[in-house]
Design a protein around this ligand. Structure first.
Ligand code: ADP
Ligand code: MG
Length: 485
């Protein structure tokens, strides 16, 4: 057993193959719908099923999406790429082959930057990204002694993104995967939905003695579809390999499956080589040729990417870099934030605090996405404005926020209905301060004798009396004045 999961003396090497389902409405080579969740076998036509005599027609939208991805990761977008048949038998593949790309993929030589364990920026090479079709799905659940095949997914467009073996820990692998996940969603080329299988990954994992140049033998962990499982599965696999080698054994090249229920990886099949598939150029599809003008047009359409957006948020709104990073985690969140700021004017930091704090907390609590928020950007802006103009204190605002979340209406209505307006009238605050001082002679004496910390006690009393509605700054000032006289 390697000491409590420590990998001392061993270097971990990981390369990821990510399958991102492209967000087209129709399939890569046919007009069938790609919508998720339809009745089995209602969205596969003769092309998807590979009937003899039918011809695939390339969906040009997938070319645009792949090119956009390539440009976003500083890759070369091939002016000429070729589809190839990858031949194998499987019940969910009635054609007997999958149309993919082998020798001439559409995207090559890209890169992505992650932050490593020491906080340094680290470059991860992207070997290639190629277009291919998905297969169908075998169904075992609820079928007793038989299995079913659902071919709705057959022919769904995928972009397979292959990294160099540059990742050195499960954490780095997850960081890289999250970056790719963010990018494809920013680009609008994949919804990245991991539960629905729109974004999944195979992790190739090996270990080698520290300092050794040659790569160790790898095992491939198939179809991981949650960030948490990926990290767990890789760590388990690393430990298994180290144990094995330290016990005098060897790692065999194979495909393994991660079982999240048992929290173990187990062998699925021995690894096949490319030549087992007898790849050959698909005679039914012409090579994909794209012009420089086309690529320039795609480049022109590139949306602002996370890194650029993050620095703009720092420059334009004066946000802390960490806040800017959180707010640009997804395009939807960044758009929401900007909508709040636009509607409130000069309160960018307060807006950031509310989006990152209470709003994110509430969304999290209910497992919702920003797109499903109970509070619209305009309504949150309404609340932020009332904090900014001192109508309510930050503390009361939390109460208003919860009421808004529960659907009680916009901030102004709630503030009026519940009488939550902040008390800024000095004479009203003074009256309460006088009562508090009169009611607590002992504390007053102690304070005057030098126990400064008691100011908190008095502030607390005044806030209690005013149900939290007195302006805290004024309360502090008035108390200090009165107690020192
Ligand atoms: P295959 O075609 O068999 O899937 P590739 O050579 O295309 O294999 O590599 C697939 C992935 O495996 C790539 O992400 C690559 O970086 C990674 N990889 C290759 N060799 C190793 C290794 N020894 N250890 C870890 N990852 C590796
Ligand atoms: Mg592979």
């Amino acid at each position: 057993m390697s000491a409590a999961g420590s990998n001392s003396g061993w270097e971990v090497v990981i390369g990821l193959e990510i399958h991102a389902q492209l967000a087209t409405t129709s399939k890569i080579f046919s007009a069938s719908s790609t919508a998720y969740g339809a009745e089995p076998n209602t969205q596969a036509n003769l092309v998807d099923l590979g009937y003899p005599g039918v011809l695939p027609v390339l969906n040009k939208e997938v070319v645009r999406m792949a090119a956009l991805f390539g440009l976003a990761v500083n890759a070369t977008v091939a002016r000429r790429s070729v589809f190839a048949r990858k031949n194998y038998f499987y019940p969910d593949l009635p054609k007997g082959y999958q149309i993919s790309q082998l020798e001439l993929p559409i995207v090559e030589h890209g890169e992505m930057f992650i932050t490593d364990a020491d906080g340094n920026e680290k470059r991860i090479g992207i070997t290639r990204a190629h277009l291919e079709e998905d297969a169908g799905k075998s169904i075992h659940e609820g079928l007793d002694t038989s299995s079913g095949i659902d071919l709705n997914r057959a022919g769904t467009p995928l972009l397979e993104i292959v990294s160099e073996p540059d990742l050195r820990s499960a954490k780095e692998a997850v960081a890289y995967l999250k970056k790719i996940h963010t990018i494809v969603r920013y680009l609008g080329i994949s919804d990245g939905n991991m539960q629905e299988g729109s974004f999944r990954c195979d992790a190739n994992v090996s270990v080698r003695p520290m300092g050794q140049e040659e790569l160790g033998t790898r095992a491939e962990l198939k179809n991981l579809n949650s960030f948490r499982f990926i990290e767990k599965a890789i760590n388990l696999e690393v430990e298994r390999q180290i144990d094995r080698i330290e016990d005098g054994g060897t790692v065999v090249q194979e495909t393994r499956l991660y079982d999240s229920d048992k929290d173990e990886t187990r062998s699925m099949r021995s690894k096949e080589e490319a030549n087992d598939y007898r790849y050959f150029p698909d005679p039914d599809l012409l090579p994909v040729e794209i012009s420089d003008e086309y690529i320039e047009a795609v480049r022109e359409s590139m949306p602002e990417l996370p890194v650029a957006k993050q620095s703009r948020f720092v420059d334009e709104y004066g946000l802390k870099i960490d806040d800017a990073e959180i707010l640009t985690a997804s395009r939807a969140l960044a758009d929401y934030y900007e909508a709040v700021v636009e509607a409130t004017g000069a309160t960018a930091q307060i807006a950031a605090n509310w989006v990152i704090g209470d709003l994110a907390g509430a969304l999290n609590r209910e497992g919702k996405d920003i797109g499903e928020s109970n509070i619209s950007a305009a309504d949150l802006a309404g609340l932020v404005s009332r904090i900014h103009d001192n109508t309510i204190s930050g503390k009361i605002a939390k109460q208003v926020f919860e009421a808004m979340w529960d659907g009680e209406g916009p901030a102004d209505e709630i503030i009026a209905a519940k009488g939550l307006k902040q008390i800024t009238d000095s004479s009203a605050i003074e009256a309460v301060v006088d009562t508090v001082i009169a009611d607590n002679p002992e504390q007053v004496a102690e304070y005057k004798a030098g126990k400064d910390k008691l100011i908190g006690f008095f502030v607390g009393k005044v806030m209690q009396e005013t149900k939290g509605q007195a302006n805290p700054g004024q309360v502090n000032q008035i108390l200090k004045d009165k107690l020192s006289s």
